[in-house]
Design a protein around this ligand. Structure first.
Ligand code: DX5
Ligand code: ZN
Length: 228
């Protein structure tokens, strides 16, 4: 487990894209640890978002690490672009590299580009065993708690056993939960073993963002104390 009990990674997908530099400053001042950047290609998911030039622009104004979540079919092809754009964490989906050797090749490519933290993600209907072969090669496992593509969806609690499975298997890297994380669902995620929490609508939609992030941290630290 990482030294900090809880890392909060607000998803910029829910920010005002017309004022992205101001939004980065606003969420950093409110207490963000990382910034979660959702990259979608309209192939892997039915939505199209941002690419390397915008990640580079965010990196130019950000002071915290960029946590880049690639929901794209060809992660290795774009690894160099995202590395140059300033990705600190770079996460790909196991569904696009199902064979262990294919997944290892993506991981090697990311590392070859100098990515500091390599992550692997899985959709709600993908079994956790699908990442078992690469666990010793990744710094982070991103457990999707909604089907990727859009913010503001309802948390799927059925994925919580995946997080428990990872910790029971002895995985000591980051476990990140993404999708529908809010004041109600966050404690269950942390108790199950998640230490990085992504939230878009629950943070950017909060009446007081600083208060919301500090509530997340308090609830997360309390729940971390309740882990088995
Ligand atoms: C969904 C994205 C998430 C999304 C989370 O495909 O991966 O990062 O922005 O948004 P909320 O927190 O609103 O579910
Ligand atoms: Zn995401």
């Amino acid at each position: 487990m990482s030294a900090a009990p809880i890392t909060i990674s607000p998803s910029l997908l829910s920010c005002d894209f017309g004022r992205i530099a101001e939004e980065v400053g606003r969420v950093e001042r409110a207490g963000a640890d990382w910034l979660h950047v959702d990259v979608m290609d309209a192939h892997f998911v039915p939505n199209l978002t941002i690419g390397p030039p915008v990640v580079k622009a965010i990196h130019g104004v950000a002071t915290v690490p960029l946590d880049v979540h690639l929901m794209i079919t060809e992660p290795a092809r774009y690894a160099a672009d995202f590395a140059k754009a300033g990705a600190h964490v770079l996460t790909f989906h196991i569904e696009v590299a199902r064979e262990p050797e294919a997944a290892r090749e993506v991981i090697r490519t990311f590392r070859g580009e100098g990515i500091e933290k390599v992550g692997v993600s899985l959709n709600p209907d993908t079994p956790i065993e699908s990442v078992a072969d690469v666990l010793d090669e990744v710094d982070l496992v991103l457990v999707m708690s909604v089907f990727p593509g859009f913010g503001g969806q309802k948390f799927i609690a059925d994925v919580l056993p995946k997080t428990r499975w990872l910790r029971t298997a002895g995985y000591t890297g980051h476990v990140e939960m993404d999708g529908g994380v809010d004041l109600t669902t966050l404690p269950d995620c942390v108790e199950a073993g998640a230490d990085v929490l992504v939230a878009g609508s629950a943070i950017f939609g909060a009446p007081d963002m600083t208060q919301r992030i500090s509530d997340f941290r308090r609830l997360g630290e309390e729940a971390a104390g309740c882990r088995p």
